[in-house]
Ligand binder design. Structure first.
Ligand SMILES: *Cc1c(COP(=O)(O)O)cnc(C)c1O
Length: 426
């Protein structure tokens, strides 16, 4: 076998990895290869510590935790926003950690979708995650507009990717707002945010991005590209824990605009407790908060973002690209087309996000066979095995083991032992 295809070579890559020590900070289960960090990132000791700290502060301080906790609860959402800003290339006050992905999308669209005359449609794509589409539909309905006419979804040419040229061609004078994923959840395609933002602005259109599949894996330059807004969850690559608080970014040129869904936690912090009825929003992304910070689902993010700060998002991206590159090389060399696999993610480094999208007609049963071997992928209908090597905790050796397992599962017809049909949570 060629040297680069051997287990020894994978081990050498791990030995030369400058980020390898971060793996020790995570809880990895013995005998398991976890490649599902793009659905739910693993718990770090740092996140656990931060969560325990809040529980202890609650236990010992009660109400005083808002101001007297080690990390005062009252300012935590803004503090985490400042820390998270470096992941998306934003100014510290342009980011806040709050709400959930879908709630933040609702609030941002309620703020930035202002239909006027002919310009009364929202542009999205046909491959986006359903929750985003449901939210866009309901925002249109709330304005008395029929989604069948006012939600334009750019078509994919191959069922995997969306062509930027097709998106730009759809930016007509009927479009008021564009909402797109930064990285597509199934194929892992990374859209050209700079180009799309410039094209939207040239046409007088506002634009925002769902960064659920890029945050913590792919750096962004939102301030430089003057992206209007963005939103994301913190439980995938950010490792904030199941259902953890989400994040949002609003470009500073929109500060002072009244959020679509206002609440008292978006009020100027120095005067929030004046309890007056005229809303005066914080002069920051903090204005887009609605209610009281969800402390128990926010605290772990503090520990997690400290890890990101130490590792550096650029270094993490560089390792992630090396890992997905290596993954693709092994797929090309060890899983010949005769075994039925096809790569569904873009190959170019500047076009792919953090995961590999491996297509196979037997994807459902292959995922079950992988799990039976202690390898955790996820399945995305109808035919995708999604595999995310996470730069903070996955090794090159694990990638090698996974490709070997895939080869054996098909060659030995191991998958035939499993039932067809996906599980309820897939
Ligand atoms: C994970 C994900 C969501 C999840 O939304 P929640 O409100 O956190 O449940 C939404 N959109 C995309 C693109 C996602 O990947």
């Amino acid at each position: 076998m060629r040297e680069e295809l051997t287990l020894e070579y994978a081990k050498q890559l791990d030995a030369g990895d400058e980020l390898k020590a971060f793996r020790e900070r995570f809880y990895l289960q013995p005998g398991t290869i976890y490649l599902d960090g793009n659905s739910l990132g693993l718990m770090s000791k740092d996140a656990e510590q931060a969560a325990l700290q809040v529980l202890n502060d609650w236990k010992t301080l009660g109400i005083e935790g808002w101001m007297d906790a080690e990390q005062p609860w009252f300012y935590l959402a803004e503090e985490l926003g400042r820390m998270q800003a470096e992941l998306v290339g934003a100014k510290p006050e342009e980011v806040v950690v709050t709400g959930s992905t879908t709630i933040n999308l609702h609030n941002l669209v309620a703020t930035f979708f202002a239909p006027q005359g002919r310009r009364n449609k929202i542009l999205a794509d046909e491959l986006n995650f359903p929750s985003d589409i449901y939210a866009l539909q309901s925002q249109l309905l709330l304005k008395g507009l029929d989604p069948a006419e006012h939600l334009v979804q750019v078509k994919s040419r191959d069922g995997r990717m969306i062509d930027e040229a097709d998106i730009i061609a759809a930016m007509t004078d009927e479009i008021a707002l564009v909402v797109l994923p930064a990285v597509l959840y199934r194929s892992g395609q990374l859209l050209d945010i700079e180009k799309l933002t410039a094209a939207a602005h040239e046409r007088g259109i506002l634009i925002g991005f769902d960064c659920c599949h890029s945050i913590g894996a792919v750096p962004h330059q939102f301030s430089r590209h003057v992206v209007d807004f963005a939103f994301w969850c913190n439980y995938k690559y950010v490792n904030g824990g199941p259902g953890s608080a989400a994040g949002l970014y609003v470009n500073e040129r929109h500060f002072g605009k009244r959020p679509g869904l206002t609440g008292w936690f978006g009020y100027r912090k120095d005067k929030q407790f004046d309890m007056v009825h005229e809303f005066e929003g914080a002069p920051s992304a903090g204005a887009w908060q609605i209610g009281t910070t969800h402390l128990l689902s926010t605290a772990p993010i503090l520990g997690s973002l400290r890890i990101f700060h130490e590792a550096g998002i650029e270094r993490l991206r560089a390792k992630s690209l090396r890992q997905t590159e290596y993954f693709m090389q092994l797929v090309d060399e060890l899983l010949p087309a005769s075994l039925g696999f096809a790569l569904g993610n873009p190959r170019a480094a500047d076009r792919r996000g953090g995961h590999i999208s491996l297509e196979h007609p037997e994807a459902v049963r292959i995922c079950k066979a992988l799990k039976a071997r202690g390898i955790v992928p996820d399945f995305r209908a109808p035919n995708v095995v999604r595999l995310a090597p996470v730069a903070l905790y996955n090794t090159f050796e694990e990638i090698w083991q996974t490709v070997q397992a895939l080869k054996e599962i098909i060659e030995n017809k191991e998958y035939e032992k499993f039932e067809l049909g996906r599980n309820v949570v897939a």
